[in-house]
Design a binder for this molecule. Structure first.
Ligand SMILES: [Zn+2]
Length: 262
């Protein structure tokens, strides 16, 4: 299995990252992409990939929440970091109008700069979107022909939004959101329309711990070792074999992120 999105630079992993990686390996996770939200974060992720060279890869980029703190130098710094051979995508990038930690105008500017860099460097994009579907799709349409591909990470929406993403050629990243009976209604409706050759799985650790595990565990921290729960839920809602989900999500991850890294 490949966890295409885990925020392992999060401080909640600082004290036991060794054990976290070991538990992932024990359940059959072969690769984890460490997703980041700032330039500083990217540097920390690169250090982690150096510590665990056979398991970890990383993204590089500035999350829309951090758009307001992005500096003039962001483009130059990003290009330098992308030269590191463990970086497999530009991300998390996108738009988030849910909490507007940064102004939409700033978010759009930083998003477009990074889409330009991804296109120039022929790297896929790891995309984040909340409450900004229209603007997000509008911008991506302009870049569609120059991008190498991308994933709409932590997809939680309905059939209409799904269709827009599929038309853009994007892969769809599914998280433990699917395992939350209070909020997964839209996603359950749309999951049957996600073609299996566009499906990816991710834990988004330390967030979005599958709900059923919350009672069992003493913590709410999610870890890559819980990825099988997401694959299982997808198999149930798509009415297909778990083996089919596992085989396809591995192949899709390899195709999108690792083709040039072999
Ligand atoms: Zn995100």
């Amino acid at each position: 299995m490949i966890d295409i999105g885990a925020n392992l630079t999060h401080k909640s992993f600082d004290h036991d990252i060794d054990a976290v990686i070991q538990r992932s390996l024990d359940v059959g996770i072969e690769k984890i992409i460490v997703t980041v939200s700032s330039i500083q974060d990217t540097k920390k992720a690169i250090e982690l990939t150096d510590q665990y060279p056979n398991v970890l890869w990383a993204t590089a980029g500035v999350h829309p929440h951090n758009a307001k703190t992005a500096e003039e130098q962001t483009e130059i710094m990003l290009k330098q970091l992308l030269a590191h051979q463990k970086i497999v995508a530009v991300g998390e990038i996108g738009l988030d109008y849910c909490r507007n930690f940064s102004e939409p105008k700033e978010q759009k500017k930083v998003f477009e700069i990074q889409l330009g860099v991804a296109a120039e460097k022929s790297l896929p994009v790891f995309l984040h979107q909340r409450d900004s579907h229209q603007d997000f799709v509008g911008i991506l349409k302009d870049y569609k022909s120059s991008l190498t591909g991308g994933v709409a990470h932590c997809f939680t929406e309905g059939v209409k939004e799904l269709k827009d993403y599929l038309d853009l050629g994007l892969y769809i990243g599914i998280t433990g959101w699917l395992c939350d009976p209070r909020r997964n209604h839209n996603l359950i409706d749309s999951i049957k329309y996600i073609p299996i050759d566009r499906l990816l799985i991710e834990t988004d650790s330390p967030y979005l711990l599958p709900k059923a595990l919350e009672k069992e565990l003493k913590t709410r921290r999610n870890e890559p070792c819980f990825l099988p729960h997401i694959a299982q839920a997808i198999a149930e809602y798509k009415k297909t074999d778990l083996a089919e989900v596992l085989l396809n999500t591995i192949q899709n991850s390899e195709k999108l992120f690792f083709r040039q890294k072999q």
